[in-house]
Design a protein around this ligand. Structure first.
Ligand SMILES: NC(=O)c1ccc[n+]([C@@H]2O[C@H](COP(=O)([O-])OP(=O)(O)OC[C@H]3O[C@@H](n4cnc5c(N)ncnc54)[C@H](OP(=O)(O)O)[C@@H]3O)[C@@H](O)[C@H]2O)c1
Length: 260
């Protein structure tokens, strides 16, 4: 067996690729010879040479249209589309703290950004009869945490169902559709969060990390995943080496989800 992923020369669009998981995916794809375009609202602190950065807000229909326009103008289309953008800014306080504005904002970021972008870029893939679309979901779609992320978890649940339906429609036409469902990833943002939780409880980062792991009911491997570990899984799944994988969700959570 050799480990050539056969991705050299392919064109990939990764959303949310300036920080966290998206940035790791951009790097991982570039390392195996993929031409990468990525997006965020702000410019990256340390842009990678050779990567095209497009500044746009993907929570709006206009922002998605603008990105699709740039893709079509510069490349005509993409071979690989990775919808990594997502997250939650909802306040703590359970269901009562989530008003319509919060719900719509979580749905726009975690569901509609992908729905709109897929709709804009899939016709070119279908015309070629080839391509891969990947949606980054979350274990919260099966293990929701009610304190502040109910709307986020529900949006990821909808994203997952949408992704499955899309795969049934377009896999027979040559376009694979996949999901990757991470548990806790040790991104810069989650390190800052664990440090803050630790500091509030009078302990350090390791103490804060343990608190977050306890809230999740424990992580059997004993630590969160690194962004690179999740990016490597995504890179394999979008490669031709995974040509018979479609319609499935791939969990990478160190064993966090306690059920089958
Ligand atoms: N981190 C975890 O533990 C974890 C666990 C499970 C699932 N996930 C999922 O993994 C994905 C990546 O998460 P992450 O934690 O790595 O994210 P992150 O570190 O917060 O990075 C998010 C990226 O998306 C961009 N972005 C945010 N809002 C945007 C908007 N409205 N329009 C365009 N770009 C926007 C950000 O740049 P700007 O701020 O400059 O726009 C940044 O590049 C998400 O789908 C998340 O739900 C994460």
């Amino acid at each position: 067996m050799n480990f050539d992923l056969q991705l050299k020369g392919q064109r990939a669009l990764v959303t949310g690729g300036t920080k966290g998981l998206g940035a790791a995916v951009v790097k991982s794809l570039q390392e195996v010879g993929v031409q990468v375009m990525t997006t965020a609202r702000s410019a990256p602190d340390r842009p990678l040479e050779g990567v095209t950065y497009v500044q746009t807000d993907l929570t709006t229909a206009e922002g998605v249209s603008e990105l699709a326009r740039v893709v079509k103008e510069q490349w005509g289309g993409v071979d690989i589309l990775i919808n990594s953008v997502g997250g939650s800014t909802a306040p703590a306080g359970g269901f009562a703290a989530l008003d319509d504005a919060v719900w719509l904002s979580e749905l726009n970021l975690n569901l509609m950004s992908a729905v709109r972008l897929d709709r804009a870029l899939l016709p070119a893939m279908l015309a070629k009869g080839a391509g891969v679309v990947l949606h980054v979901t979350s274990i919260q779609r099966v293990l929701p945490l009610p304190e502040s992320t109910t709307a986020y978890a529900a949006a990821k649940g909808a994203l997952s169902t949408y992704s499955k339906s899309l795969s049934k429609e377009i896999t027979p036409k040559g376009v694979r559709v996949l999901r990757v469902s991470p548990g806790w990833i040790e991104t810069e943002a989650s390190v800052t969060f664990a440090k803050r939780m630790g500091a509030e409880a009078g302990t350090d980062y390791e103490g804060g990390k343990k608190m977050v792991m306890d809230w999740l009911g424990g992580i059997p491997v004993g630590r969160p995943a690194t962004p690179k570990e999740v990016a490597d899984l995504i890179t394999f799944l979008v490669s031709p080496r995974a040509a018979s994988v479609s319609g499935s969700e791939h969990v990478i959570d160190g064993g966090t989800v306690p059920t089958v």
